[in-house]
Design a protein around this ligand. Sequence first.
Ligand SMILES: Nc1nc2c(c(=O)[nH]1)N=C([C@H](O)[C@@H](O)CO)CN2
Length: 116
Amino acid sequence: MDKVLIRQLRIDTVIGVYEWEKKIQQSLFLDLDMAWDNKAAAASDDYQYALCYETVSNRLTQLVTEKPIELIETVAERVAECVLNEFKVNWVKVVVMKPGAVPSAAAVGVEIERSR
Ligand SMILES: Nc1nc2c(c(=O)[nH]1)N=C([C@H](O)[C@@H](O)CO)CN2
């Protein structure tokens, strides 16, 4: 299966369940695997057939920062829903990592796969 990938997309936003977290911005890091047939884009060398990782990244940054969210599970679900519905992707894997949330861990996170 062909894919378009986004790695370590940093999004600074209000995220967390605790009161102190609602007053600060923290970084999330997103990895996305998006099923996409890359043959047409490669054969034609034409951008119109490509799934634009820049457009997706910008949209996801807007989506995640538009209002405070408590759980990273919610972030992952909203991101997956957006990619499936707005970009006509049929399958997506989303990893959301929150570095620093557990001081003794490099990062903690969630991973989901969704399809339509
Ligand atoms: N499964 C989850 N567990 C926790 C979350 C979360 O989003 N998903 N969030 C927190 C706190 O916000 C934490 O990150 C503060 O350090 C705790 N557990």
